[in-house]
Design a protein around this ligand. Sequence first.
Ligand code: NAD
Length: 363
Amino acid sequence: MYSRRDAIKTAVAMPALLAAQSANDTIRVAVIGVGNRGSYLLRTLLKIPGIRVIAICDLDPERLEKAAAAVSATGARPATYTDFRKMLDERKDIDATVIATPVDTHKMIGINALEVGHNVYCEKPMASTPADVRLLASAAKSAKGIFQAGFQLRHDPARRRAMDFIHSGGIGKVLFLQGYRHTGDLPRDTPWYFDRNRSGDNIVEQACHIIDLFVWTTGKHPLRAFGSGGINLFKDVPPGRTTMDNYAVIYEFPDDVRLEFSHIYFDPPGFSGIKERVYGANGAIDLPTATWIEREKKGEIKLDVPNAGQDPGLLALAAFFDNARGHKQPLNNAGSAALSTLVAMMGRKSIYEKRVVTWEEMS
Ligand SMILES: NC(=O)c1ccc[n+]([C@@H]2O[C@H](COP(=O)([O-])OP(=O)(O)OC[C@H]3O[C@@H](n4cnc5c(N)ncnc54)[C@H](O)[C@@H]3O)[C@@H](O)[C@H]2O)c1
């Protein structure tokens, strides 16, 4: 169970992480998938001391070449592969693998990397189907290496501080959770985003981040979900689109706690934004800003945030290498990531089947 002492410990431990990673215990890293997210992760991990990228894999030779050039600029010479199985077979010197490929490939690539003993950082969500989520989580449980999922918002200093405050009882009993993600549409040049069989649809591929924060808040799975959604504006845009452009879902958690979440992709830029807010008996807190308003008092209080403004992606990767070195259970472990992904899938099932879905149906 996550205690107040853990909360304080993790809050002060973070800044030391980067400095503590020395070149003496270098971790040899492979990156699989260097598209949008993978190239960001690659650039970011090049900033972490004690890390050496020795291999890169992508199906796309152009992306592969670009990624290899970025690593070569630091003086290293990574091997390049278009077939991840060949890379795993040939390179027995890899300690850790970072996976940033489309969602429907996470299970296959993740399990293969775990089976050869690697520490694995795999992008969120765990997978695109409940069966694949369970297979990957189960492989992670029995693996020699550690598994950390790319739910990096748990490493965002402000959200982490807000969560410590909630878990230490600062807002009183948690009563209600509210979130939305209202944006323009996803980039049209990445076809798999719009294929629900590949991405798991937007509630799984995109909203899983915010859902993960609320599952972290309650520490529990919901009892039931009801949602509604569809494609209202972008019908067949891009051609063949099967992912929703809007939906809303309500989850009922134990202890009479409700989560209301909506997601739309046709928001005009002026109104766009995200909300992650937790209401308690004593007031409410905004997670991205760690701003807390007490019910009986006027005015908002910004909590002191250690490491405010630091990049959550960098902090998450630094934590991954620290966890790999110490063989420690990550904050974003396979169990928590599987739970959050399944909660997103519970909402998806309710939307697709137009009925209330219970947690028992997900297990
Ligand atoms: N944590 C975050 O904030 C965040 C942000 C964006 C994306 N993501 C996640 O990162 C992952 C990748 O998303 P993206 O936006 O970078 O997609 P992308 O399409 O831009 O990149 C995926 C890359 O994987 C490569 N690839 C596909 N199959 C492969 C295989 N079998 N072997 C090797 N390479 C393969 C593709 O060629 C491509 O270059 C997804 O899981 C996505 O949900 C996470």
